[in-house]
Design a protein around this ligand. Structure first.
Ligand code: MSP
Length: 527
């Protein structure tokens, strides 16, 4: 069972991933690792959304069947990118899997039996990029007077006219308003909450839950001419993947009962309405609990607009990771953009922060510390002498910083969480500069004082490694090894946030080694 269930949206496999997609997955991963280090059992789900018009058309353009198209992209691009960004997800759901298909059909049978599905005609605009039936107020006028444009994709919508099955969404307006009035934290940040509330207060209209002019999808159990509308198939991944619909006394059925509802569902702001309005209404219609929190993050922008493949502005994660490494990638996006707001990526900003905060800040501290223990104490961590005011100040600061980081990470304020730890890194760097261990080393009479300084710096790095592990797991595990902490204290992932500020955990006598540089300098391209 999981105490803390986290999900990302499932990504369309019409094309390969770009950094906008990885942004959501990294955020979920940081949250997952942090909560694991809080001692909670976390289940982290991500996956891919394989049906619908968008994918069907992409396959047609590639002159292959939709199944062949998705199989190739999932295996060559979507699964490998998880390793590239160091995602520690527990499961990966594909909507073409039998477990998903069967449970989606079961879900809609239940909702239909409960009286929330009926047959009717749909006529109106549809954006294939969003896979969304648009409302008039959602669109912008085209300058050439042609079909109105989808504001997200900047492309004309298509006019649809089909007979299909409707979901009685309107029945849930009041219940959703009441739910969110009772629990304002269920949609975050506040701007997202306000957007959802004003949409709900405008009243909900029923919406098609099936498509008759699309063939690539999950067949409706009671009408074989239709497939489930792609969003009403995709949203269900959050429950089909954890065993919804399995026999209650089976392992999967029990896992579902113990794991649902999700604690945090991460989404981009473009898909907030699906997650904070349609999804909870679907759950209510099936008599299931609602997620505890849907958190909408902002967009990565290029030239002021959402980065996207449609606009040809997508950057592949590997383009950045090949230069800076996965830790810096994760650090940068969590640190430089306030989660919940839009942000721009620029190579200059990435490079500047990498150099000042990672290479010169943390990387330099780690290499100075390990080099000094090597040089002055033959690589053996000395026992600390009595603490002075300088050490007492660092101990006290560590407690404050840990509490602050824990509070911020729990609230998905990753930038503030990182900032707290960074303040501590800066303080330890300053401590080294002020204590001048290289001067102390010249005078044998200062040996005990030097021991204290060396111990203090290594023990501070022990705490920093644990606090930064969720954000930079690869580099922090390397640092952990260099400190000899893996041998002395066990795996870094097993270290608890609640224990971080307990001073004196690294046992004197531990072997400290000078390993590879954590954040090597980036060679300027001469091209
Ligand atoms: N398949 C749907 C989601 C179904 S969930 C039941 C979908 N897929 S998507 O691939 O278009 O987008 C998935 C996620 O990636 C969304 O949260 C979206 O906000 C995010 N991003 C896509 N481009 C983005 C940026 N440029 N910036 C930040 N996030 C972006 O929607």
């Amino acid at each position: 069972m999981a105490d803390f269930y986290v999900t990302t949206p499932i990504y369309y496999v019409n094309d390969a991933p770009h950094i906008g997609h990885s942004y959501t997955t990294v955020a979920g991963d940081v949250l997952t690792r942090w909560h694991r280090q809080r001692g909670e059992s976390v289940w982290y789900l991500t996956g891919v959304d394989e049906h619908g018009t968008k994918v069907q058309r992409a396959a047609e353009s590639g002159a292959v069947t939709p199944q062949a198209w998705v199989d190739r992209l999932v295996e060559t691009a979507w699964k490998p990118v998880l390793a590239t960004i160091d995602a520690a997800n527990d499961d990966f759901i594909r909507t073409t899997e039998p477990r998903h298909k069967e449970r989606v059909q079961h879900f809609w049978e239940v909702v239909r039996d409960n009286g929330y599905v009926y047959e009717a005609d749909y006529e109106g605009p549809y954006c294939v990029g969003c896979e969304e039936f648009k409302l008039a107020g959602d669109l912008v006028e085209a300058e050439d007077g042609g079909a109105p444009l989808c504001p997200v994709h900047g492309r004309p919508v298509e006019m649809l006219k089909e007979q299909n099955w409707f979901f009685r969404l309107s029945a849930f307006t009041d219940a959703l308003i009441e739910h969110y009035e009772r629990d304002p934290d269920a949609v975050q940040p506040a701007s997202a909450y306000n957007e959802v509330m004003s949409f709900l207060r405008g009243g909900l209209v029923d919406i098609s839950m099936s498509r008759s002019s699309v063939s690539w999808g999950i067949g409706l159990p009671w009408d074989e001419r239709q497939v489930v509308y792609v969003w009403f198939d995709a949203l269900l991944n959050y429950i089909t993947a954890i065993g919804y619909g399995a026999a209650p006394d089976s392992d999967e059925g029990r896992f579902f009962a113990d794991t649902w509802p999700a604690q945090v569902q991460l989404v981009g702001k473009d898909i907030l309405r699906f997650h904070a309005v349609y999804w909870p209404a679907m759950l209510m219609a099936a008599g299931l609990e609602l997620p505890r929190c849907v958190f909408a993050h902002g967009w990565l922008l290029v030239g002021g607009e959402k980065m996207s493949k449609t606009r040809l502005t997508g950057i592949a994660p590997s383009q950045i990771i090949d230069v800076f490494g996965s830790d810096a990638f994760r650090y940068y996006f969590m640190r430089a953009i306030q989660f919940g707001q839009d942000g721009s990526f620029s190579w200059e900003d990435m490079s500047a922060r990498y150099t000042s905060e990672l290479a010169n800040g943390l990387g330099n501290l780690a290499s100075r510390a390990t080099a000094m223990v090597q040089r002055y104490r033959s690589g053996v961590l000395p026992e600390s002498g009595p603490a002075t005011a300088a050490e007492d100040a660092l101990h006290a600061m560590l407690s404050v910083v840990t509490a602050e980081a824990d509070q911020a990470m729990g609230a998905l304020d990753f930038a503030a969480g990182i900032s707290a730890v960074r303040r501590f890194v800066d303080a330890v760097n300053l401590y080294v500069t002020e204590q001048e261990p290289w001067v102390l080393a010249k005078e044998p009479a200062n040996a005990e004082r030097l021991d204290t300084v060396l111990y203090t710096v290594c023990e501070s790095l022990r705490a920093i490694a644990v606090l930064y592990n969720a954000v930079m797991p690869r580099a922090m595990s390397a640092l952990w090894d260099q400190l000899g902490a893996a041998v002395a204290l066990g795996p870094i992932a097993d270290q608890r946030i609640a224990d971080v500020s307990r001073w004196g955990q690294l046992p004197p006598g531990t072997s400290v080694s000078k390993g590879a540089i954590l954040f090597p300098r980036i060679e300027e391209s001469t091209e």
